[in-house]
Design a protein around this ligand. Structure first.
Ligand code: ATP
Length: 214
């Protein structure tokens, strides 16, 4: 029996969509995750503030994962009521769970490329593995020599290692490409285009009923 690999998947989820859900469900099968904790973040001050409230973003998360036992929601970043860095969240998670259990933090390929702009990014692997989902338009090829070197140094294709070791590795997954972004969905809504195939039916209904993003 492999050791359980805990998983966190952070995002703004404004709104949650199939580009989040389908790759992560495939990733769970690929590496053997039994639970993925969605971690809705506070919108950082430098990002455009959304029309939706944290309560509405969480309501959409709940509807999206209804009946799907793979997913749970971790409210810690929202409860903190101020933007929090991933590294702080991981430190806090480790204080609760100790350093021995295996933890993965899931990101998309675009986030991998932006990693050097994250707070104390080189220390992330001291707390977790990073599992990277494929995303259309992005590859792990990077212009940044320091990121390139860091990827080579930490990358593994050994799934068993992710379960055995508590942290420290980077795994580039073979997940399906889903050409969807929350930005595109918000745009489609403003332009009154049909977007309902891009996210779960119940989330679509919630957006319609509450007239979000118009
Ligand atoms: P926005 O368009 O508002 O920037 P987004 O659609 O990129 O939002 P986020 O909530 O910012 O969604 O993303 C959370 C995480 O999910 C990030 O790590 C991002 O890379 C990943 N992600 C989002 N969409 C996809 C997708 N279509 N395929 C793979 N990963 C994705």
């Amino acid at each position: 029996m492999p050791k359980q690999l805990y998983a966190l998947f952070g995002g703004t989820f404004d709104p949650i969509h199939n580009g989040h859900l389908l790759p992560v469900m495939a990733l769970a099968k690929e590496v053997g995750l039994t639970q993925v904790n969605l971690l809705p973040n506070h919108i950082p001050p430098h990002k455009q503030q959304p029309d939706t409230t944290p309560i509405q973003r969480v309501a959409m998360l709940k509807l999206a994962i209804e009946g799907n036992p793979l997913f749970t929601i971790d409210m810690r970043e929202l409860n903190r009521d101020k933007p929090s860095y991933t590294i702080d969240t991981l430190e806090e998670w480790r204080k609760e769970h100790g350093m021995d259990v295996s933890l993965a933090f899931i990101i998309g390929q675009d986030s991998l490329l932006s990693l050097p702009s994250w707070q104390r990014w080189r220390e992330l692997l001291n707390y977790c593995h990073l599992l990277v989902c494929r995303r259309p338009g992005f590859t792990a090829q990077t212009e940044s020599p320091e990121l390139k070197e860091w990827i080579v140094q930490h990358q593994t294709q050994d799934i068993a290692l992710l379960h055995q070791k508590p942290h420290g590795h980077l795994y580039l997954a073979h997940t399906p490409l889903e050409d969807i972004s929350a930005t595109e969905i918000r745009q489609q809504i403003r332009e009154q285009k049909d977007y309902h195939t891009l996210l779960p039916e119940k989330v679509w209904q919630y957006i319609q009923q509450n007239q979000l993003y118009i």
